[in-house]
Design a protein around this ligand. Structure first.
Ligand code: UD1
Length: 388
């Protein structure tokens, strides 16, 4: 491996791409590890602007101590085609101007795929962090983004060993795949001591903290997948069972803008308008971490929360038919309940009776994944550069 104290002047920065909320907690530890690597790896942070609200964006940047993006493409909302196309159109000139050594993308959002396509077509190496996860559900837009990104990216960093098997089944050469652990858990472990107390979070949102301070504790709900929130019958049934569970334990519901809009559109507001359902706007990272780590149960359809609850040892019911993160079920605290109301009811009762899964923390979810990526990627880039 090529060793040097300084990054070669003619080897460009790593263009690091974020677009939507779940990208931010993955990118924060990577940027820190790149800055403290020897030699320091130069970076350029590009925000596509897919998420733009203060609640969905600015607050998380502050909490995660993410630097202000060097470039914001400000694409905003749109259909998948419009959003993906707009990111591609606006990202290309950035690569032309900045001449990066590589493009680094994380996760599975539309921005991940859009920037990957632009990079590879310009013969710029693309690195995908959180590669190889598969739900095998092509109705999920994220699954399409994952499969296509992994097919064309040059280096694939994985969070769990099953990811390599998925990739090999898709014909991806083994030397492109590197098991490095989970950068999202780096963020979680880095920030746990700064997590905000749930009482303060409630107070700040204008609720009486006593609502969640009873002996029975409280639960957390998040839900935003189109398959759960875009159809009135499905959304109504899920809100109905949540309301039923809230009779046993107060639920804090951090409401995503898509879900909020649909609840209004379908006239389902009465199902969440209830003293034991504490409805909050999308929460900051430190608020969410404080809430999750103190919760007795988490009900969600998020990808990230499945992993975070496993790392925290908090029982999680995932309201999806499948998961791309099977290790959270096999080793962690996660149980898949789909949209099956009976299964949600049964498993919630089990958890509240103290019979939830306790699980264990998966291999390499140890807070050092980003450092492993920095070491490996710097080695790869410098070695490649020395050959050019
Ligand atoms: C996106 C990601 C999903 C991720 C989720 C987390 C894709 C395909 N999906 O889904 O993987 O789990 O983010 O939130 O990339 N909106 C706002 N304010 C914002 C952002 C969005 O009001 O800051 C509204 C949009 O106008 C739209 C809805 O929320 O109506 C959905 O936003 P969008 O970014 O399209 O997808 P998400 O459902 O958030």
């Amino acid at each position: 491996m090529h060793k040097s104290d300084v990054w070669p002047a003619d080897l460009g920065p790593v263009v690091c791409v974020v677009g939507a909320r779940p990208n931010f907690m993955k990118m924060a530890p990577i940027l820190r590890a790149f800055a403290s690597h020897q030699p320091a790896i130069p970076t350029l942070l590009v925000h596509t602007g897919q998420h733009y609200d203060r609640d969905m964006n600015d607050k998380l940047f502050e909490d995660l101590r993410l630097p202000h993006p060097d470039i914001n493409l400000e694409v905003g909302s749109g259909s998948h085609a419009v959003q993906t196309a707009e990111v591609m159109r606006r990202f290309e000139p950035v690569l032309d101007e900045k001449k990066p050594s590589c493009v680094l993308v994380v996760g599975d959002v539309n921005s991940t795929l859009a920037c990957t396509l632009v990079g590879v077509k310009k013969s710029i190496p693309v690195v995908h962090v959180e590669a190889g996860l598969r739900s095998y559900d092509r109705a999920m837009p994220e699954e399409i983004n994952r499969v296509l990104t992994d097919q064309v990216a040059d280096i694939l960093y994985t969070t769990e060993r099953s990811a390599a098997d998925n990739l090999k089944c898709e014909g991806i050469a083994e030397e492109r795949i590197r098991f490095c652990g989970n950068v999202m858990i780096d963020s979680l472990l880095n920030n746990l001591e700064h997590a905000r107390s749930p009482a303060i979070t409630l107070q700040a949102a204008g609720f009486d903290p006593a609502l969640i301070q009873g002996a029975q504790g409280f639960g957390i709900v998040t839900m935003h997948r189109p398959s759960n929130v875009d159809h009135p019958e499905v959304l109504g049934a899920l809100l109905g069972i949540l309301r039923e569970i809230s009779a046993s334990i107060p639920l804090v519901f951090a409401l995503h803008p898509r879900t909020k809009g649909n609840i209004e559109r379908f006239n389902l507001g009465h199902l969440i308008d209830h003293q034991r359902m504490i409805v909050l706007p999308p929460q900051g990272y430190l608020e969410m971490l404080g809430l999750m780590s103190a919760a007795r149960i988490v009900l969600t359809d998020s990808g990230g929360l499945q992993e975070e609850t496993t790392a925290l040892g908090v029982p999680c019911l995932t309201m999806r038919e499948n998961t791309e993160r099977p290790i959270t079920v096999e080793q962690g605290t996660n149980t898949m309940v789909g949209r099956d109301i009976e299964s949600i009811r049964y498993n919630a009762v089990e958890i509240l009776a103290g019979r939830g899964k306790s699980g264990r923390v998966p291999e390499l979810w140890d807070g050092h994944a980003a450092e492993r990526i920095a070491d490996d990627l710097a080695g790869w880039l410098l070695e490649r550069h020395s050959r050019l």
